[in-house]
Design a protein around this ligand. Sequence first.
Ligand SMILES: *Cc1c(COP(=O)(O)O)cnc(C)c1O
Length: 400
Amino acid sequence: MELNEIMELDKKYFVNTFGNRTPVCFEYGKGINLWSTDGKKYTDLFAGIAVSALGHSHPKLVEAIKTQAEKFIHCSNLYYVEPQAKLAKALVENSCADKVFFSNSGAEANEAAIKLARIYFKKKGMPEKYEIITLEKSFHGRTLATIAATGQDKYQKPYCPLTPSFTSVPANDLEALKKAINSNTCAVMLEPIQGEGGINLISPEYMKGVRELCDKEGIFLILDEVQSGLGRTGKLFAYQHFDIEPDIFTLAKALGGGFPIGAMCAKDHVAAAFEPGDHGSTFGGNPLACAVGLAVMDTMINEKLVENSAKIGDYFIEQLNKLKEKYSFISEIRGKGLMIGIEVNNGKAKELVTACFENGYLVGNVGPGVMRVLPPLIVTKEDVDGFIKAFDSILTKFAN
Ligand SMILES: *Cc1c(COP(=O)(O)O)cnc(C)c1O
């Protein structure tokens, strides 16, 4: 099908939630590359918003899908599911969690985390503890509870009244958090690095302070690692940068390498609050999704992709900092591993993303001020060099 025909169908039949999309339709991918229906090759430095961690059509991923699909795809959680048990084991063995619940998306994993924090205190005879404190500029998903958790007006306003009992405070301000915690608080929930908010770092002192406050108050620390988790920041989980452990953390994006799956991971004492019938999911943790998740985890570990993320991430940030020296409208390069933000003070982040696209590079932006680079974890030094060279000449055109 020609691109313009696809665009016509989309306009006529698809709800217009995504507006004028980038005018391209991809036909196939391999590794870091995607090819469009008109035969043009792109280098994907966005990984479908931090999802395609293994790149496109990784043989191990394709094999896992084929093998499981040929056996069977779904059976429901009324029965024991082998890939589900194995993936839960892999996540527990590689993290601070003791138990896992699988969902189909990040928002749903966060819903499970929110429900777990609340039910815990209900069962402890403290039903008044149901409030959750989140951070401004956060993003926790698009369901009604998770937009209430998301500290950004633009996601909340159209859907008021919001699900009650969420408040947000400025990031990296321990005093503000102290003031916000009260006898109704059951948890603090935050992203170790804010993704959709513009790649905003959480300071180590703040994270440590939040952990100590939560311990002192007897409330939970929930980390939303939907974007930062699974190698993205140069560690398997971003909390590992901070020398702390959350009580609950959530995953999704990279877990299926493009196949939809999310996870809520918790310490035993918290997880025990979910008893039979308290939570559930029809699709969550189905054999196919979990077989894929297992292949992603195995590949990430066997191919040392987390190490690659740390190494190439450092190199990428170093090279971007050289460009920052050269172009005064680049005000900051921030991030960790392969979760990188390029802040510009000319308000042209979107135009820069378009220029990169026209030069065969897929990157993203957050509003007019920040470009985002979230490459697949298989990205090489040569890929980075190629981009830096192209980006340098794009930046020249924006300098004046
Ligand atoms: C993307 C994202 C979500 C939402 O995930 P969905 O799969 O779109 O529901 C939640 N939290 C964070 C930090 C995210 O980046």
